[in-house]
Design a protein around this ligand. Structure first.
Ligand code: GMT
Length: 375
């Protein structure tokens, strides 16, 4: 198949999933054309089946806001026509699904029919999409997609609950490439971070409000009262500065390192003993799956799709959003006993294997085939 993939080419989860999916499809002989405004973060090598088409938005003094969506639609039209694509797969509804709808209409005037698959990732539904500013367009463009997928049962439910959707939504969970995400020997790094053999906690995110990153610091402070530990905060975003201040206020700075945006997340996860994800909303929790693949159990909130990934008492624990005391208590329970920690680590990896790329990729390929046949 020749597939066009549209996504946010950033460190965000939806862009990561889209990029990894495209790479895997290309490995399996499909031709994949990425259509984005910059080179996706994890598309940093050559493959004969991978192509990248940059959407450049020309500015004009009249525009307070340059019309990215129009430039994207035009680029989709161009790529579909001249690369003879079989299908467009857009990740994150806003504005990709409506841009695809526009492209589809334009292509029809050339006698070209292009099926569109939209994958819903989370905040496009639960946060931004529900905002009345976008809701009519999001509803319309989901309904106009030829196929719709969601990354968890919870996100599917939320979509039906909050939008007037009359399309079937297929749940295809996120996946993990265990060739990349696996426990790496990083003993020297571990020693540098935790010279006295302290437990290492890891948090990775884009430091947006929805991630409740300050909860991570509060939880860590409580853990430190009982278990010698270090905290690695990976990623960057608007809340980082507040977290840094909180570390100073709570006097946990000397045990905390802010590592900023990192490419080799698997190497950092490899020294981790516990991953902390206290998010307000999380449609799936890809970062938690990445941790589990590196044998790191997860302390998380029980929001959104997290219960579909993290098994309470087995791969980690879940508490209500904001239950800092509960999360700290469960973290201490896992961390204070070597044997218990080892069991949680094994369980985390076992669970991650259920989301192996090779199991999930065929679900997308079958879905594309079905959508192409039906449209
Ligand atoms: O979590 C973010 O802020 C990024 C966001 C995105 O779309 O890039 O992540 C969403 O999609 C990921 C991949 O499907 C999911 O694993 C995340 O749970 C989801 N984030 C939220 O629902 C908050």
């Amino acid at each position: 198949m020749k597939i066009g993939i549209v996504c946010y080419p950033t460190f965000g989860g939806s862009g990561v999933v889209a990029t990894e999916l495209g790479k895997a499809l290309a490995d399996h002989g499909h031709q994949v054309h990425f259509i984005t405004y910059s080179q996706p973060a994890r598309l940093d090598f050559f493959s004969e089946n991978l192509f990248y088409h940059e959407v450049s938005v020309s500015n004009y003094p009249l525009f307070d806001y340059a019309p990215y969506e129009l430039a994207l639609s035009s680029k989709m039209v161009d790529v579909v026509r001249f690369e003879n694509l079989d299908l467009l797969h857009v990740h994150y509804a806003i504005p990709h699904a409506s841009a695809a709808f526009m492209a589809k209409q334009i292509l029809a005037t050339y006698g070209i029919h292009i099926p569109v698959v939209t994958t819903l990732h989370g905040t496009d539904i639960t946060l931004v999409g529900r905002d009345l500013t976008y809701k009519p367009v999001v509803t319309f463009s989901i309904n106009q997609s030829d196929g719709v997928t969601a990354v968890s049962e919870d996100l599917k439910r939320a979509t039906y609950d909050h939008f007037d959707i009359h399309k079937d939504i297929k749940v295809i969970p996120n996946f993990i490439d265990l060739n990349r995400f696996s426990l790496k020997a990083k003993d020297h790094f571990k020693k540098a971070i935790a010279p006295q053999g302290e437990r290492i906690l890891v948090h990775t995110s884009n430091f947006r409000k929805v991630k409740r990153t300050q909860d991570v610091v509060h939880i860590f402070q409580k853990i430190l009262e009982k278990v010698p530990a270090k905290l690695l905060m990976v990623g960057d975003g608007p809340e980082r500065v507040n977290c840094e201040q909180l570390c100073r206020d709570l006097k946990v700075c000397e045990h905390t390192r802010f590592l900023g945006k990192q490419d080799a997340i698997e190497e950092i996860l490899s020294v981790g003993d516990l991953f902390v994800m206290p998010s307000e909303a999380e449609s799936f929790g890809l970062a938690a799956l990445e941790a589990m693949a590196c044998k790191v159990p997860v302390i998380s909130s029980n929001t959104g799709g997290l219960p579909e990934l993290n098994i309470n008492g087995v791969t980690g624990y879940m508490n209500d959003v904001g239950d800092i005391a509960g999360m700290a208590k469960n973290a201490i329970h896992i961390l204070e006993d070597d044997a218990r920690l080892a069991v949680f680590k094994e369980n985390a990896l076992k669970r991650a294997k259920e989301f192996e790329l090779s199991l999930i990729l065929p679900m997308y390929v079958d879905f594309y085939t079905e959508v192409i046949a039906q449209s």
